[in-house]
Design a protein around this ligand. Structure first.
Ligand code: ZN
Length: 168
């Protein structure tokens, strides 16, 4: 038993050394939940892509949203309303890059994420739309948020196969 535990410890140490190169399983689990949300409105959101958003604080899900039928409100808007003050310092998981600018001229999701005090944003796919295309992540990063791109990108990409990003 004692010998076995030592062996496990040694294995644990080896695992620890490689940990930075391994995908974070917690991030993947939350992103998988966001993808599942997005899937529920696939094909029902008009010209807008169906996006899923999950907000996690201290390991607990404090907010979640999916692009509503017809295309708005956006997933992040709803998840942030649900999270309220719990969004401060939390991590947001989004299946598609949050918009950096809204065609309607209202606050973009990136602005809303910043204003709510979100600390970290984990994104599966980038958005080639002229309303996002790097603007969303750029805004988040310049506001000091940690942004991670490409978590479960392959799985989420299936949601956006038929999505044609608008060109301004
Ligand atoms: Zn948005």
């Amino acid at each position: 038993m004692g010998e076995r535990r030592r062996a496990l410890n040694r294995a644990g140490l080896r695992g620890g050394r490689w940990a930075p190169h391994k995908p974070d399983m917690t991030d993947e689990a939350h992103m998988r939940a966001a993808i599942a949300l997005a899937r529920t409105h696939l094909g029902k959101t008009g010209a807008n892509p169906s996006v899923g958003c999950v907000i996690v604080a201290g390991g607990d899900v404090v907010g979640q949203g999916v692009t509503q039928v017809g295309g708005r409100p956006h997933a992040e808007e709803q998840a942030l309303v649900q999270a309220g003050e719990a969004a401060r310092g939390a991590t947001a998981y989004v299946t598609l890059e949050p918009c950096g600018q809204r065609s309607a001229g209202t606050a973009s999701c990136s602005e809303r994420l910043v204003a709510a005090g979100i600390a970290r944003v984990v994104i599966a796919c980038t958005d080639a739309s002229t309303y996002a295309s790097g603007r969303g992540t750029e805004r988040l990063r310049s506001a000091g948020l940690t942004v991670e791109l490409g978590v479960l990108q392959t799985e989420a990409a299936g949601l956006y196969v038929g999505y044609e990003p608008p060109k301004a």
